[in-house]
Design a protein around this ligand. Structure first.
Ligand code: SAH
Length: 215
């Protein structure tokens, strides 16, 4: 049974206060992050560290993103309830859960079977209704999405993902090898000239790996 004690709630409130101080202003993001118990997505040994602004190990050589990174990406995504959101890199499922809590219909892809199996079950057990897929996020998923969020460092903007983004949609993607620059791409039209790119600082993500390296 998943516990959420007063101690966890207090630590979470402090985490959210810290996010406000760092300039996160989207109340829907702050509310969702105050409500989703981040420690559920980590090993019980990391129970209290869960609320520090740190990336932490989640097994399979992967990490859960910093709370401040999750907040930033979620804010840039400008999610409204009922929107179809495609996430690349399910990992721990924490970002997925935050988007679910914001009312999005979330489709999420993970390439590592170990993480996919564990996180699919965890999200279901915790009552988050995301649709989880095992596969290569480079190819995305059939369908058209209002929002696309990539949570691993991408060497380029995958063409398949741009094709799956609706006109008027937004993609948030950390671009680069080693370090990444956070990009928000707004698809104002089908033509490439109508894709508006804005930059939001430097981050460090685990790499996005393509299907040829699939395990
Ligand atoms: N949103 C996650 C971030 C986990 S780290 C969280 O908050 O926990 C990024 C994840 O992307 C890793 O689990 C990694 O296995 C996955 N990943 C890397 N390349 C991928 C690809 N091509 N398709 C799908 N997932 C990928």
């Amino acid at each position: 049974m998943m516990q959420d004690t007063y101690k966890h709630k207090g630590l979470r409130q402090q985490m959210v206060d810290g996010l406000r101080q760092q300039g996160i202003t989207d109340e829907a993001v702050l509310r969702a992050m105050n409500e989703v118990p981040r420690h559920w997505f980590l090993d019980s040994a990391l129970d209290t560290a869960a609320y520090d602004d740190r990336a932490l190990p989640i097994g399979c050589d992967q990490t859960i993103s910093h709370p401040s990174t999750v907040a930033m990406q979620s804010q840039l995504l400008a999610v409204q309830p009922k929107m179809k959101v495609l996430e690349i890199g399910t990992g721990s499922g924490y970002q997925t859960a935050v988007l679910c809590r914001m009312g999005a219909r979330v489709f999420t892809i993970e390439r590592q079977k170990g993480l996919f199996d564990r996180t699919t079950k965890l999200l279901r057990d915790c009552g988050f209704r995301a649709q989880c897929f095992l596969g290569d996020g480079y190819q995305g998923l059939s369908g058209q999405y209002d929002r696309i969020i990539v949570t691993c460092g991408a060497p380029d903007v995958p063409a398949a993902l741009m094709a799956q983004l609706k006109v008027g949609g937004i993609m948030v993607i950390p671009l680069g090898e080693g370090e990444q620059e956070m990009l928000r791409i707004t698809k104002d039209g089908e033509a490439k000239e109508d894709w508006r790119v804005e930059k939001f600082g430097t981050y460090s993500f685990v790499p996005m790996l393509d299907g040829r390296q699939m395990r």
